[in-house]
Design a protein around this ligand. Structure first.
Ligand code: ZN
Length: 190
């Protein structure tokens, strides 16, 4: 974190995030608050490493407590960079703290659910259509809607992924098959 390069995406990151250490702590803490109601249940991690790297693949990737964030992506981003960096990291740090014994679409959906709950997606970015297993924000906004209908749903889904979760977990938690929930959700989107 003391080796931010002096040019390109690394410099833009450093210019945008004044205190990277405080930033990492804030994003990690908020993710945990969204995912857990009891600190005792939080999936343990000993260390978080954030690297602004070049060349980066895509936007960012996380594994083993390390998040690599593409310097080229940061360099080329045209919108509100502070919101984007916070949003990407809210998503990536979810992968550090979430339980992940579930299908890929559910894991990525949870990460975008956390990004939305953290305030780095807006409902204006929600789209009608797709399917419950569309992954990323398609699944993430669905989980957010379910969390409104069934308070605690997001945290319960994360806990279910501690052992094993699949699409039948939606019925276990709500009493309704996921296809029914998806239809109701679609009908509720303006
Ligand atoms: Zn992800």
């Amino acid at each position: 974190m003391n080796q931010i390069p002096a040019a390109g995406g690394g410099k833009r990151f450093a210019d945008t995030i004044a205190d990277p250490q405080a930033f990492i702590k804030a994003r990690a803490k908020q993710d945990c608050l969204i995912l857990y109601d009891d600190p005792a249940n939080v999936r343990r991690t000993s260390q978080i490493t954030l690297v602004i790297e070049s060349p980066g693949n895509g936007v960012a990737a996380t594994g083993g407590g390390r998040t690599g964030f593409s310097a080229a992506y940061i360099a080329g981003f045209g919108g509100n960079l502070e919101t984007e960096i916070n949003g990407v990291i809210a998503h990536e740090f979810t992968h550090i703290y979430q339980y992940n014994r579930g299908p890929g679409w559910m894991i990525e959906g949870m990460a975008d659910y956390v990004r939305f709950k953290a305030g780095f997606f807006t409902l204006a970015q929600r789209r009608k259509g797709g399917n419950f297993d569309g992954s990323y924000r398609t699944t993430g906004f669905f989980i957010a809607w379910l969390d409104d209908q069934y308070p605690g749903f997001g945290r319960k889904l994360n806990q279910a992924m501690k052992t094993a979760a699949d699409q039948t977990t939606f019925q276990t938690l709500t009493g309704k098959p996921v296809e029914t929930l998806w239809s109701e959700y679609q009908a509720a989107i303006p």
